[in-house]
Design a protein around this ligand. Structure first.
Ligand SMILES: C[S@@+](CC[C@H](N)C(=O)[O-])C[C@H]1O[C@@H](n2cnc3c(N)ncnc32)[C@H](O)[C@@H]1O
Length: 309
């Protein structure tokens, strides 16, 4: 297995150069024998001193076998793991990716603003980054406001479903990924609410970063109260997966007959069935349901769409 060999002192600088050139073989671990650093590379005849050493099978990094996952948001990788040791192991693999400048361990999303508890594992303590998704650009601050790249296909599905002219309330808008993608593609009028002022400030930045066909009005505050000012709404987006059910009653009142709710919930199957039953009794007909992703052994993140009868 071909490795670039450098003195320990020049290790990090050489790793950075090789990353820039996209030469590192990410399937193998970077080794350090105390004197030299050995960086696995995927090309011969490169402008560095190389040695051919037999990589022991244990040196092979197999992140798919690690029982936790990671998200890449712009230049930041976020590992969701149990221990710092496990996170460092995975970060050895992630830091060989050309665009990753910072790696954090996320100890969990907490509080009503759903923000992350982050510990720096690698790189500079940078929190802001530009994330690109489905033709939009978003300024994300991974420490101050919620953002997850995992709903990208869901956001695209909904943006395609919206018609020009719809008036929409995005009740838990965050930094605006649903609202911005919809307004980028449709001449819709969207009120984007969030209780976290930092999320609204980022949303305002994101409005400037994207050329939109529709209009977005950001509003900071409790959407359970704010939504009561609106009536005859065509569509309400409710992405607050642990607590959205508490807000369905007020959302229902603001929705026009025939209007739609895009509803997200993390729950187990019996809870889901109970939810669908109680919404049906309220006068909401289920028109769409799918699992977006797994969450725990018995829980999934569900996407559901309800129509007001
Ligand atoms: C799961 S995040 C979703 C954000 C965004 N829709 C996205 O997909 O990235 C939920 C958001 O709801 C906000 N939030 C929580 N409770 C709220 C409330 N009562 N009123 C308004 N926003 C609230 C949080 O600050 C957070 O930004």
């Amino acid at each position: 297995m071909l490795h670039v060999r450098v003195d320990k002192e020049n290790g990090q600088e050489t790793i950075n150069k090789l990353r820039e050139l996209d030469l590192i073989n990410r399937e193998y671990k970077i080794l350090n024998d105390g004197t030299y650093v050995y960086i696995p590379v995927n090309k011969n005849n490169i402008d560095f001193y190389t040695v051919d050493i037999e990589g022991a099978p244990s040196n092979r990094i197999e992140p798919e076998k690690i029982s936790f996952s990671y998200d890449i948001i712009g230049s930041i990788a976020i590992i969701k793991g149990k221990t710092i040791e496990d996170a460092k192991y995975l970060s050895d693999f992630l830091k060989t990716r050309k665009n990753i400048k910072t790696i954090y361990l996320d100890k969990g999303i907490t509080g009503e603003f759903r923000t992350r508890q982050l510990t720096l594992i690698y790189g500079e303590p940078v929190y802001k980054t530009i994330y690109r998704e489905n033709g939009i650009r978003l300024m994300v601050d991974v420490s101050k406001a919620y953002f997850s790249p995992r709903l990208a296909s869901e956001r695209l599905r909904i943006a395609k479903e919206v018609s020009d002219g719809e008036n929409i309330v995005d009740m838990f808008a965050g930094i605006g990924p649903f609202s911005i993608l919809i307004a980028k593609n449709r001449e819709s009028s969207i009120v984007a609410m969030d209780k976290n002022q930092n999320a609204i400030d980022l949303l305002l930045e994101n409005l400037k970063l994207n050329r939109l066909r529709g209009e977005i009005t950001p509003v900071a505050g409790d959407s359970g109260e704010l939504i009561q000012q609106y009536e005859n709404v065509d569509r309400i987006i409710m992405n607050l997966p642990h607590d959205a059910s508490e807000f369905v009653g007020v959302a229902y009142k603001s929705l026009k007959i025939g209007g739609l709710i895009n509803y997200y919930e993390i729950c187990d199957l019996p809870t889901l069935e109970g939810r669908m039953e109680s919404f049906r009794e309220m006068g909401l007909e289920l028109v769409y349901k799918r699992v977006v992703h797994g969450f725990s052994k018995y829980q999934n993140m569900y996407s559901m769409e309800f129509r007001k009868l």
